[in-house]
Design a protein around this ligand. Sequence first.
Ligand SMILES: Nc1ncnc2c1ncn2[C@@H]1O[C@H](COP(=O)(O)OP(=O)(O)O)[C@@H](O)[C@H]1O
Ligand SMILES: [Mg+2]
Length: 362
Amino acid sequence: MTEKKRIGVIFGGQSGEHEVSLKSARAVMNALDPEKYTVVPIGITREGQWMTGGDPLLALEQRVDPKLLGREPQAGVVAETALVASSGHLPETANLATLDVLLPVLHGPFGEDGTIQGVFELAGLPYVGCGVLAAAVGMDKGLMKAAFAAAGLPQVPWQLVNRKAWEGDPEAVYQRLEAALAYPMFVKPANLGSSVGISKVQSRAELAAGIAEAAGYDRRIVVEQGIDAREVEVAVLGNDEPQASVPGEVLPANDFYDYADKYLEGRTQFQIPAAIDAATSATLREMAVVAFKAIDGAGLGRVDFFVERETAAIYINEINTFPGFTAMSQYPKLWEATGVSYRELLDRLLDLAIERYRERHR
Ligand SMILES: Nc1ncnc2c1ncn2[C@@H]1O[C@H](COP(=O)(O)OP(=O)(O)O)[C@@H](O)[C@H]1O
Ligand SMILES: [Mg+2]
């Protein structure tokens, strides 16, 4: 028998999706086949400190709002977990040299945006998911759109706004936006996620307020043409020959799929497979693979589309390079409906991490 692989599972992190990461990590750690893997949990606090030893997942769970986590903290639990004082690099106590693969179960900035992937590259270890470039491009709505456009993927009309330029001459920015786009528009910080800082605006006054809001999060702001569309998602798995899952549809409970809907209210429904015709489904699956390749993706990605209600036109919205990964999340559900179980998905992702590492170091 071959020796068990030691998997460093990293979770928590400094983004707004800290709680989601904890939920995803709990599910991942429960599902990893104990016959094949030894799990080494590595936590990152909201402040960016790394935690190893003891039970860092429990230690982090105890700190978050039970409403967000979906379960009560256990009273009296003191996790004997070492907080590593230095932030921003892999702690020595994780005994890196003994790890075979890193599995960052992190969403959003500092997890899904290439920064931590750079640390893994420096450490010289295989890791699950996209590399530095793909992760960074996938997190930046401006560059992501440029990459999709270059690959010939259809997108709603959009404009990029620089915060400094807007502060200098807001009127000129509003005029440019109104000349290119019609209301309603969607205003988004370029680098975020979870719908944070996003607003749907119907007028000049709302546009100004929306930009001010987004400018609180980022130097660069994307403004898009708003459309009335169904939201359909496709999961992608693989490296150089990625495969696409069946499409699933998101049925948001609110006006749009906003932060409250995603994480607080949980009233959004998913329909898998999506109730769409076979031709549209095939097109979406092809486009998802094109999008994944357009950013040079690796491992996994969830590609989100709009299907306009009136015209049935397809537009790509975005790619998420580390989508939610609880057993109830769309990404694993989409694969389950395509014939790949949650546990098998993890096996495949760990194999893909090693494959990509070897290919890069060939
Ligand atoms: N151009 C648009 N037209 C219509 N709805 C949109 C548009 N852009 C975003 N939305 C709505 O806002 C949600 C969040 O936008 P998205 O770009 O996916 O941001 P995030 O990266 O935070 O998920 C989408 O799921 C959708 O409901
Ligand atoms: Mg989205």
